[in-house]
Design a protein around this ligand. Structure first.
Ligand code: NAD
Length: 267
């Protein structure tokens, strides 16, 4: 019961493959009470209702690019959950350039702005709304999900790489200000490739999944593993961890080459 008595907001649960879906399930198992949120358009698929029922959670729709909708999300969540919020999961990413298969050298800039707004600025907007409303309790924890393309080139990840670099920078900088202000912690978790809707939308990601599996000494971290890591970051056992980008990748980020990859090259 690592999260006993804690109140949380979980964004980004689209279907049962979503990383956020597993985080919601585990958070409730660990004693938390939560609200769920996603873009109104994503709710039309109806899947999230199943999760809400299972987790006894209220759904509060919010497009994460809209400040008024985020204001409503934080106000309503505090009402429904009966107090300030202890943890927030930002699990939101989308690139119209990737959806339309546009290469990095020829990006459509309207799409590019959308990718940045949805995938990075939305974290700033969430944090800023929470800061102004004083909605997060002292020692509260905010986690956003990232990917190693923020540090290294993965050509198929195109403008999402820029968005993730910005996301990690926002976590660091806002983490400083919110830490000083209310001892609220802000971190990113840089997750292994994972078979989800967002993950499968990136052309080449499926093939790359096997490469990452072979390179990582522990293999790829699953969505369930990621959920467990998020829970530990929301718990009081990680009180002094903030402004970090935390690799959760089975050792991938520290490995140059593995014998499995070498064997594949020799054949
Ligand atoms: N799947 C991977 O390989 C992988 C690896 C590292 C990091 N991540 C990150 O994990 C996070 C969750 O992705 P996932 O893999 O679980 O896929 P997913 O498709 O299940 O989740 C992405 C979510 O973003 C939501 N979203 C999109 N636009 C939105 C908006 N305007 N407002 C609010 N919500 C919006 C979608 O509705 C969806 O629920 C993303 O940030 C993704 O970049 C994924």
């Amino acid at each position: 019961m690592l999260l006993k008595g804690k109140r949380g907001i979980i964004s980004g649960a689209l279907d049962s493959n979503s990383i956020a879906w597993k985080v919601a399930e585990e958070a409730v198992k660990q004693g938390a009470i939560i609200t769920l949120t996603n873009a109104p358009i994503a709710m039309r698929m109806g899947e999230i209702n199943k999760l809400a029922e299972q987790c006894n959670a209220t759904i509060i729709p919010a497009d994460a690019t809209s400040v008024p909708e985020l204001e409503n999300l934080f106000t309503k969540s505090q009402e429904v959950l009966g107090g300030k919020i202890d943890f927030v999961l930002h699990s939101i990413g989308m690139s119209p350039n990737i959806r339309k298969n546009i290469p990095y050298t020829q990006l459509n800039y309207d799409f590019y702005n959308k990718s940045i707004d949805v995938s990075a600025l939305s974290l700033h907007k969430m944090l800023s709304v929470a800061y102004k409303q004083d909605a997060i309790s002292e020692w509260g924890s905010v986690v956003a999900l990232s990917y190693i393309a923020a540090q290294r080139v993965y050509p198929f990840y195109t403008d999402m790489a820029d968005a993730k670099a910005m996301l990690e920078s926002i976590a660091r900088t806002f983490g400083y200000h919110y830490g000083k202000h209310r001892k609220v912690r802000v971190n990113t978790i840089s997750q292994s490739p994972t078979k989800t809707t967002a993950g499968s939308g990136v052309k080449g990601m499926a093939e790359f999944f096997d490469y990452a599996q072979d390179l990582s000494p522990l293999g790829n971290a699953t969505a369930e593993d990621c959920a467990n890591y998020c829970i530990s970051m929301f718990s009081d056992y990680t009180r002094m961890v903030t402004m970090q980008n935390l690799y959760h990748d089975g050792g991938y980020s520290s490995t140059g080459v593995s014998t499995e990859i070498m064997d594949g090259l020799v054949k």
